[in-house]
Ligand binder design. Structure first.
Ligand code: PLP
Length: 424
């Protein structure tokens, strides 16, 4: 019956320190968000104790009557949220969802097309060391050098030349919407499956602020913790005809017992994502990203050599192009970290610097929108970022002024106040 603090003060101290880090800094990693207390309550519940291999009504363990209720609710809610015919809510993560979706429809050795990792794709879309690159014959497609947008002509040429069994559309670092209809047309031309990985923009789709891939794709995978704002995890949506194969690829194909506590938390997140408040939050997310792009396109930033990839954003993130800047990605990430803003450096397409250093920054607005930021606050953050990236040398006096501005914003939007009391 001992509390975490009593039983394991080392872990409790690290958790407390992480809470304070989240509260006192500005989180702008594009793939992160703050799960609401109700989501964390579900995830921290007794459901963590339950084995439930199988699916609702067809389990390999007794005592599943309550977790069946939970999993059915999660499935029904996510189907309704995205208008999908079938859903599997068991994948432990986005990578697991992609592994299972591919295993359901492909054989090892089959050819797939995916966006090159160096051009914004995800590891699971065919990176050499990933399961996807090891199991399948990967043909990467790219963005166009002139406008940094996905080169659909190349996608079509590669599809015609290589006759892939699957085309993967989706990204981890790309600031524009995809042309799902064009991907569908090309997939149909060569008889390929179309898998859309909407992990990054699922929250925008749920809110109706981004085109939905569901009417176009055979399979849609997503994570639940990015713009969707739920617990860490994955989901596979599909047409009914693939549901059986996909269920079997998840369990027993890829996983054992499902994490029913996480599935409960996913169900809560889907309920929230259907609300008007959620839609309003996604609107602020988009407005914030546009404000950030606008500020980073101003003259003082251009003169420093930094610019915005594709000249703007249609989604929840901005990619800063530092190829002509004195600062590399690592230095820019470190500077922002030193004043309390967390982002990640990112390779940009055609990056002359090595991946560990890179020439880009990926900056996202979902977490701060969840915290309550509106466009006014995002303009202030954008100005802080612009000044940090353009300063000749960020001396201590200047860093202290910028850090003060960050602290004021963080203090104006308290995060998890209830948890502060509990860990005090
Ligand atoms: N798909 C895309 C497009 C992603 O960006 C990510 C995560 O960054 C994933 C899948 C994998 O998700 P996870 O980290 O939950 O395995």
């Amino acid at each position: 019956a001992a509390s975490l603090g009593e039983l394991d003060p080392d872990i409790a101290a690290a958790v407390g320190a992480e809470l304070r880090r989240q509260q006192t800094t500005l989180e702008m990693i594009a793939s992160e968000n703050f799960a609401p207390a109700a989501v964390m309550e579900a995830q921290g519940s007794v459901l963590t104790n339950k084995y439930a291999e199988g699916y609702p009504g067809r389990r390999y363990y007794g005592g599943c009557e309550h977790v069946d209720v939970v999993e059915r609710l999660a499935v029904d809610r996510v189907k309704a949220l995205f208008g999908a015919e079938a859903a599997n809510v068991q994948p432990h993560s986005g990578a697991q969802a992609n592994a299972a979706a591919m295993a359901a429809l492909l054989e090892p050795g089959d050819t797939i097309l995916g966006l090159d990792l160096a051009h914004g794709g995800h590891l699971t879309h065919g990176m050499r060391l990933n399961f996807s690159g090891r199991l399948y014959n990967v043909v990467p497609y790219h963005v166009h050098k002139s406008d940094m947008r996905i080169d659909m002509d190349e996608v079509e040429q590669l599809a015609l030349a290589h006759r892939p069994k699957m085309i993967v559309a989706g990204w981890s670092a790309y600031p524009q919407q995809l042309d799902f209809a064009a991907f569908r047309r090309i997939a149909d031309e060569v008889g390929a499956y179309l898998l859309v990985d909407m992990a990054h923009f699922a929250g925008l789709v749920a809110a109706g602020l981004h085109p939905s891939p569901v009417p176009y794709a055979d399979v849609v995978t997503t994570t639940t913790h990015k713009t969707l704002g739920g617990p860490r995890g994955g989901v596979i949506l599909s047409r009914k005809e693939y549901a059986k194969k996909i269920n079997s690829a998840v369990f027993p194909g890829q996983q054992g017992g499902p994490l029913e506590h996480v599935i409960a938390a996913k169900a809560v997140a889907f309920k929230i994502a259907a609300s008007e408040d959620f839609r309003e939050r996604q609107q602020r997310t988009l407005a914030g990203a546009r404000a950030l792009a606008g500020r980073l396109l101003a003259d003082d930033v251009s003169e420093s050599g930094a610019t915005v990839l594709t000249g703007g954003t249609d989604v929840h993130l901005v990619l800063v192009d530092l190829r002509n800047s004195r600062l590399d990605g690592q230095q820019a990430e470190d500077r922002l970290h030193s004043i309390g803003i967390t982002v990640n450096r990112n390779a940009v397409p055609f990056d002359p610097r090595p991946p560990m250093v890179s020439s880009g920054l990926r900056i996202g607005t979902p977490a701060l929108a969840t915290r309550g930021f509106g466009v006014g606050e995002f303009r202030e953050v954008a100005d802080i970022i612009a000044r940090t990236l353009t300063a000749e040398e960020l001396d201590e006096a200047e860093a202290a002024l910028l850090r003060d501005r960050v602290t004021k914003l963080a203090e104006a939007f308290p995060l998890y106040p209830q948890l502060t009391k509990e860990t005090a």
